[in-house]
Design a protein around this ligand. Sequence first.
Ligand SMILES: CC(C)(COP(=O)(O)OP(=O)(O)OC[C@H]1O[C@@H](n2cnc3c(N)ncnc32)[C@H](O)[C@@H]1OP(=O)(O)O)[C@@H](O)C(=O)NCCC(=O)NCCS
Length: 301
Amino acid sequence: MTGFRSQLGVLAERSKVTEQRRNLQIQLCSLRDAMFPVDSPDVKDTDLTSASEQYLSSLQSRPSDNDWFELSQTSKVEITWNNVRRLRLFEEDGPDAALPALHPPDDPTQVVALYLRERWWPVEDILRTSSKSRCGLLLVQSLMERLVVFLLSQVVERSSQQGALFSLHPRTESCKLLWTDSQAVGFYSVKHKGSLCDGRSAPCYLLPVLDTVLVRRSWRRRGSALQMLQDFCSSFATEELLGLSAPLSPSMAAVCRKFLQQHEDQRERLYEVEAPGGWARRRNIWLNIQLGRYALRTEDV
Ligand SMILES: CC(C)(COP(=O)(O)OP(=O)(O)OC[C@H]1O[C@@H](n2cnc3c(N)ncnc32)[C@H](O)[C@@H]1OP(=O)(O)O)[C@@H](O)C(=O)NCCC(=O)NCCS
């Protein structure tokens, strides 16, 4: 009888442990689901790519099983091999990093969701954060933050006529993301003085250059680009001259005009440059504005 009781005790103890484990797993799962990809522990390019390849080959080999991704209450896209493509994240400057992207059947250039961490994520959720400390202009460090820059530069503001606004960034590009109201609303990237112009061979940039800058359409005309330009200028406080990659878009030229109207001390400092930025390949932006060399149009608002 005593032996039987102690056996019962062991069984009860085991089931308590199993229960605790299960609760812990549920808590971990809900914690995982509460986080957006950018808030989750970072992954390596190689892990990301191998998980993507595995998923793609499983998708290719399995029969269509009526699996749908809901875009809204009224629209959905079937998750089949035909509606999924492999999206490369960076310029070809190192190990490949790619993700499966879901697109509407009639438009493979659009992306509605990305496959990450064993599930499909709507693009808008990948641009969100649940971290209160992710606010303002922050240096891009993790692979998931690089994915956010990729989505802003290649996917969400892509126009059907012109395609993406910029070419792919290199894997190690120096970028800052602007986080407002728990979402990524813009970014800028910098070519550092001394860095290789094409990433592989000489020549090197002769001054720091603000290379690409973008603000999401729905967030434009609220001073975000001014904030980024100010941040760029103060980040290189000891540099006598700074560049902005040529050609300036009409709206960026308008941003520069407003910025230089407000900051007279920067007028002799900012140049529109072509790589590598030597004297023959740079023009003073304030002087260009005075000479009316920019078309300060409003069409890309
Ligand atoms: C250029 C861009 C980054 C500007 O971002 P933004 O956050 O809207 O700019 P800001 O709100 O800081 O604008 C500051 C000032 O610049 C001027 N300005 C900005 N965009 C303008 C536009 N489209 N037309 C006229 N003036 C404009 C205005 O004077 C504005 O001040 P105001 O709104 O008080 O009138 C944004 O339009 C964009 O992402 N465009 C597409 C990508 C691009 O062109 N990048 C630059 C490559 S060189």
